[in-house]
Design a protein around this ligand. Structure first.
Ligand code: TRP
Length: 336
């Protein structure tokens, strides 16, 4: 009885279906999301609206969005316990985004690292959506009044600006939005590229990126070719500064096996990288096998997937609608 009356804390996050999900998304984010679904009221979505800030191939976007939903479920996000939805199915996101754009300053958007980055990469398409992206992300978040937003280090600035926008709005209209906290996973879960171990794992460097749907032989090959370090030591030892390649592999191995760095150092004492790399590959293959198989099983059941995203959108809408209604009222729009 007690328990039912205590409101659970709310957690929310999303990933853009602009590329296939990879090991970094899984170990750094989705795997940890599932663990929290008892303790928190969780919303996880496919941020499809965000993807069109850079050009997408429509059929690929559609495929990836559905595949990402199947992968969320296969990674352990139970759609009964988590609200899983597709962003474009909940119109309140774009509706609130417009309002928030009017409370976001040109100057602050100009300073966003991701905007500077992406606009220098896509010089022929520096569109308004790319610029206003943080206001849409703020809407994604603030609609659900979450306590925590689990994001990677690279998205921290976007959560910061969300807080600033929310505080600015609350400062004028009273307490409309809860001020969310970024929730950065422990350093252990940060995964770097296998061929570029100082940059985070990314789909744009496919040789160093292990996709969740990669075949076992592809994964094995990627790990065999993983960059270790140019030191002559050939010794499995955790030293992030001087041996980033080995540290990253140890991190991955630790995340999929649950072994500590000490245990790993012991296990490979005197064995060198030639033994270590394929072992990490094997461990990852075994960790991803059930996820890939389950994803394929779920993908074959179109009706089930449809029921999940319809139900998710319905639930998300019920929460989002309440916030939007309040915002519309506060700014002075006539109630329909
Ligand atoms: N911008 C995030 C990314 O590129 C994705 C995202 C969109 C998001 N809306 C969000 C993440 C809301 C957390 C909360 O990774």
């Amino acid at each position: 009885m007690e328990e039912n009356t205590i409101k659970k804390k709310v957690m929310l996050s999303g990933i853009q279906p602009s590329g296939d999900l990879h090991l970094g998304n899984y170990l750094g984010a989705i795997k940890n999301w599932g663990v929290r679904s008892e303790e928190f009221d969780c919303y996880y979505f496919m941020a499809d609206l965000h993807t069109i800030t850079v050009r997408q191939e429509p059929s690929q976007l559609r495929r990836r969005t559905i595949e990402q939903l199947a992968q969320y479920i296969a990674c352990g996000l139970d759609p009964e316990k988590n609200t899983l939805f597709i962003q474009s199915h909940v119109p309140e996101h774009t509706q609130l985004a417009w309002v928030l754009e009017c409370y976001t300053m040109f100057g602050e958007l100009s300073r966003m690292t991701q905007f500077k980055d992406k606009s220098s990469k896509h010089k022929d398409n520096i569109n308004c959506g790319l610029f206003a992206y943080p206001s849409l992300m703020a809407a994604d978040i603030l609609l659900y009044q979450p306590d925590y937003v689990p994001v990677g280090e690279d998205q921290k600035q976007h959560v910061e600006i969300t807080r600033n926008i929310a505080e600015r709005f609350n400062g004028i209209y009273g307490d409309v939005f809860k001020i969310p906290e970024p929730y950065i996973p422990k350093a252990g879960a940060r995964i770097y590229g296998l061929t570029t171990p100082t940059d985070k794992m990314s789909k744009s460097v496919p040789d160093g990126c292990v996709f969740l749907m990669d075949d076992p032989d592809v994964i094995a090959r990627k790990f065999k070719r993983a960059v270790t370090d140019s030191d002559t030591e050939n010794c499995v030892r955790y030293d992030k500064e001087n041996k980033p390649g080995v540290a990253n592999l140890m991190n991955i191995y630790s995340a999929v096996t649950g072994k500590t760095f000490e245990e790993i150092e012991k296990e490979f004492e005197g064995k060198g990288y030639g033994v270590f790399k394929p072992c990490v590959g094997e461990a990852v293959i075994e960790a991803l096998r059930p996820i890939r198989e389950e994803t394929n099983r779920i993908l074959a059941d179109k009706e089930y997937l449809e029921s999940v995203y319809k139900d998710g959108a319905e639930r998300a809408h019920r929460t989002a609608f309440k916030t939007l209604r309040k915002v519309y009222k506060k700014v002075g729009f006539v109630q329909p």
